[in-house]
Design a protein around this ligand. Structure first.
Ligand code: AHG
Ligand code: MN
Ligand code: MN
Length: 324
């Protein structure tokens, strides 16, 4: 029997009851996703949702993208404190409970193309307190700067399922026990190593990057024995999994602007802000190249944002290139 603290006990002791209920409900949904992902092969849920079925970004929707959104919808709907959510998989706001005090932004299944090869995938989310009075939530409730978030987290479904969460008082990680199907604290008070030696980027895009990012990649790959360079390159292709490594081992994760993607690929509200919130809470940094991601004023649910995030030494170094 594991004597570690359960997620539900941790939350009820550290945030108000409404927020705790919402986060516990969300985590329950992630447990279901974990089992679904582990059993993808036997449940015939590989591949595309339906022929020519694309999401708001024009990307082919996988069966699991669709299913995971539905699962999290149902758990959020059961949590009375959730007024509504936005998701990578839905174009507009989904309204849930007009009297709820919180709204959620979520990427239900991150790195979904990894599913077919049994590689890690994730879920990413953040929670805002509503600004509007009780009644139908407003767009402005979602379009808040990341610095205002009340909670953010991700789950990585890898060799184990780990939920990493911050409610603005540091960062903690919880592992899903296959024994009793509960999340137990496994990574208390995560602090990102100040000096990282791993860089993470889709380097296949190098010819599409600007001179600034190319200059930083040259820096990472140059030989310098005093600085452990060349640094190691690691890229899983699921942000949640790449960020989990970055958080625990140190390093930098990047998805820069490039030819054809003026603001990169990743989405501000449900990928970049949650990760920036967690990384900053763990003592690291997150910028879009020019400014702190948590200070960006969002203007659209599905807007994209370039991201450079991780250990201080590497984010500050890349900023020397991107800020010119
Ligand atoms: P999603 O599956 O939610 O669309 O996210 C995929 C994202 C992200 O997880 C990952 O970091 C990135 O796409 C990988 O993109 P590239 O294949 O362009 O490197
Ligand atoms: Mn994603
Ligand atoms: Mn996704």
């Amino acid at each position: 029997m594991d004597k570690r603290m359960k997620l539900s006990d941790f939350l009820t002791g550290s945030v108000n009851l409404e927020l705790a209920k919402l986060l516990i409900a969300f985590a329950e949904g992630c447990k279901v996703i974990s089992h679904l992902v582990n059993n993808a092969g036997v449940s015939d849920i590989f591949g595309a949702h339906a022929p020519d079925f694309t999401n708001v970004h024009g990307e082919e929707v996988q069966k699991l993208d669709h299913l995971t959104n539905k699962i999290l919808h149902d758990y959020l709907a059961a949590a009375e404190s959730c007024a509504g959510y936005i998701s990578e998989e839905t174009e507009d706001v989904t309204y849930i409970n007009d009297t709820g005090n919180y709204v959620v932004a979520m990427d239900p299944l991150d790195g979904s193309s990894n599913i077919d090869i049994a590689a890690p995938v994730g879920t990413i989310f953040s929670v805002n307190e509503r600004l509007s009075p009780i009644g139908k939530i407003q767009l402005s409730d979602f379009l808040q700067k990341g610095a205002n978030a009340k909670a953010a987290g991700y789950v990585t479904y890898g060799s184990s399922t780990v939920l990493v969460l911050s409610t603005g008082k540091g960062v903690n990680g919880f592992t899903l026990s296959t024994g009793d199907n509960d999340f137990y604290i496994s990574h208390p008070n995560i602090v990102i190593p100040e000096k990282g030696k791993i860089y993470s980027i889709n380097q296949g895009n190098i010819s599409k990057f600007g001179d600034d990012v190319r200059g930083f990649i040259d820096y990472c790959t140059a030989v310098d024995n005093n600085d452990s360079r060349p640094y190691r390159l690691r890229y899983i292709g699921a942000m949640a999994a790449d960020m989990h490594r970055t958080l625990l081992k140190g390093g930098i994760f990047m998805y820069p602007a490039n030819k054809g993607e003026a603001k990169g690929k990743l989405r501000l509200l449900y990928e970049c802000i949650p990760m920036a919130f967690i990384v900053e809470q763990a003592g690291g940094e997150a910028i879009d190249g020019k400014m702190r991601i948590l200070e960006i004023q969002p203007s659209d649910f599905h807007e994209r944002c370039a991201i450079f995030t991780g250990s201080k030494n590497l984010v500050q170094k890349v900023a020397e290139f991107t800020k010119g």
